[in-house]
Design a protein around this ligand. Structure first.
Ligand code: AN7
Length: 370
């Protein structure tokens, strides 16, 4: 290890992203700020991932599971709900694979407005569904997938009753770009590579916008290559065509027709990045690796960029991205987007294999088995 496992985090955690970055966001004196103290998440240096990549490269993890509802969605939701309230909206609506609905429900509760969420039946991780109920949202399950849910929500959004808070709402993208600002503020410049999961493709669009805006403002000198990772069974951008029946264990990114497809494609092209795929097995292995080697438990979708990083370093598989050509000493940031506790089902098999032993030293020592 060349460097201690440092945790970078700017001191004003808890202020919320609008208070911290308001000069870059579409707010005015008359905008009510609906915040739960989102953002300011740690950027964690991983000596082990850095060693795996080698050649003096540094790998950092942007730990977005530490936001108020435990995913990156809160950064965009604070702005989308604040602007909705400013416009006099009394109800917000979204389609979701889970995290957007949890976040919308929380911020709507905070604002004192109503929230309806439209979800693919049976496909939402239990922690996320529980959040939507806990925050008092009206939950509607549809007999269809996320893409079908978003079509319904787009139609309902044309009525006056609802403001849509999916990432087709530009305020969501604006709020989410603050993650790129934080990374630059913590590192002192932009990283060389930025890896993240790709679902509805809003986040990669937001990060790219954030990096460019920060560079234009003179806060960084370079821009990263943006690398997005889709699950092999839900990879419309990788294949260049809509996937009718997307399937993956990473339910957050089980999306066959991303709303921000074109903007994300531009981000990838303009940054000289790439879109790659990772299999469900690779995702689960990366999830387990990150929890057991770094103490960072993320949901399956969030492990996709870690799985992608492993593949990029593994010449035998022939990665889409030629990581073997990266410059020595490159800085690589992976966003891990959501907390592992949101999706306990994927861990339950191992956790329930527990059998009780007698409450004495010998028995417990034997059970530990070291
Ligand atoms: C943990 O909640 O689309 O590419 O409806 O929850 O910006 O969509 C969630 C997406 C990555 C993909 N990681 O981000 C939703 C939803 C996690 C996520 C993504 C999602 P985008």
């Amino acid at each position: 290890m060349t460097k201690s496992n440092e945790v970078l985090r700017t001191p004003d955690r808890g202020r919320g992203v609008i208070a911290r970055y308001r000069e870059y966001l579409p707010v005015s004196e008359s905008t009510p700020i609906i915040s739960l103290g989102e953002g300011g998440t740690p950027l964690i240096f991983s000596s082990r991932l850095s060693a795996i990549v080698g050649r003096g490269c540094e790998v950092y993890l942007k730990y977005e599971g530490l936001n108020p509802t435990c995913s990156f969605k809160d950064r965009g939701m604070t702005l989308a709900v604040s602007k909705a309230v400013e416009c006099g909206t009394v109800a917000v609506i979204c389609a979701s694979t889970g995290n957007t609905s949890a976040s919308a429900a929380a911020y709507a509760a905070r604002a004192g407005i109503r929230c309806a969420v439209v979800l693919p039946a049976g496909k939402i991780a239990s922690g996320k569904l529980l959040q939507a109920f806990a925050y008092g949202a009206k939950v509607v399950a549809i007999d269809g997938n996320f893409d079908d849910a978003l079509l319904v929500v787009r139609a309902l959004g044309r009525r006056d009753d609802f403001a849509i808070v999916n990432s087709i709402n530009p305020d969501r993208i604006s709020g989410q770009k603050t993650a790129a600002f934080e990374i630059v503020d913590d590192l002192g410049d932009a990283p060389d590579f930025h890896l993240l999961p790709l679902g509805n493709a809003g986040n990669i669009t937001a990060y790219w916008a954030g990096y460019r805006e920060y560079r234009d403002a003179g806060n960084c000198t370079s821009l990263p290559a943006m690398l997005g990772f889709q699950a092999a069974g839900a990879a419309p951008m990788f294949h260049g065509r809509v996937v009718e029946n997307p399937e993956t264990i990473a339910s957050a990114i089980r999306i066959g027709n991303p709303a921000s497809w074109e903007a994300a494609q531009r981000a990838v092209q303009d940054s000289r990045g790439a879109v790659d795929i990772v299999t469900d097995n690779e995702i689960l292995e990366a999830q387990r690796w990150l929890a057991t080697h770094e103490g960072i438990f993320v949901e399956p979708a969030s492990a996709a960029p870690i799985a992608g990083l492993f593949n990029c370093c593994e010449p035998v598989r022939g990665p889409v991205y030629p990581f073997t050509q990266i410059r020595e000493g490159s800085r690589i940031v992976c966003t891990v987007t959501g907390h592992g506790l949101k999706d306990p089902e994927v861990m339950v098999d191992r956790a329930t294999k527990l059998t009780a032993v007698a409450p004495n030293e010998q028995e417990v020592l034997r059970a530990i088995g070291f």
